[in-house]
Design a protein around this ligand. Structure first.
Ligand code: HEC
Length: 140
């Protein structure tokens, strides 16, 4: 059983799950950079712009972080619900909601429009939560 568990932990599905979590933490890091700057009275656009561009790039890649076989059946420690793979169109819709929110954020960042940036950051936050609520085991 132990040997089986180890073999599972190294399966391609389990590796994909680990890489996915690392990606989500990078995404969260960029999101926080933007959020922290926007809380300041004089946000630093030079810090916001690369973070927003990073988020834009990552949001486009997000669906590819969920290859079939990378759910709990992989043996990985994952909070990804099986529903992701049984309801792929619903999941893709949540991912594309994030993509549109983040591309607005990125556009506002490049323009240096703080008012739009703040609104877009709120929309991004809603899009993160909307997916977690349905497709992640723990809603944090
Ligand atoms: C389309 C769905 C979807 C969207 C949109 C989404 N997430 Fe997630 N997120 C997930 C799923 C599913 C998991 C669980 C992944 C796992 O445990 O394998 C997750 C997990 C996470 C984790 C935990 C990673 C870990 O170490 O366990 C963080 C942090 C996170 N997401 C941040 C974000 C942020 C920030 C956003 C928005 C900028 C976001 N997510 C948008 C689906 C989404």
């Amino acid at each position: 059983m132990i040997a089986f568990g180890l073999a599972m932990a190294q399966s391609p599905g389990a590796q994909a799950a680990r890489a996915r979590k690392a990606n989500f933490n990078t995404l969260l890091g960029a999101y926080k950079v933007v959020g922290d700057e926007l809380k300041r009275s004089d946000p630093d656009l030079a810090a916001i712009r690369p973070a927003a561009a990073r988020m834009d790039q990552m949001a486009r890649q997000l669906p590819s972080w969920f290859p079939p076989g990378s759910g709990e059946e992989s043996g990985a420690d994952t909070k990804a619900k099986p529903l992701i793979w049984t309801d792929p169109s619903g999941f893709r819709r949540k991912a594309s909601d994030l993509q549109s929110a983040v591309s607005q954020l990125d556009a506002a960042a490049q323009k240096g429009d703080l008012q739009r940036l703040r609104a877009a950051q709120r929309t991004v936050s809603t899009a993160c939560n909307a997916c977690h609520e349905v497709y992640e085991e723990r809603f944090w």
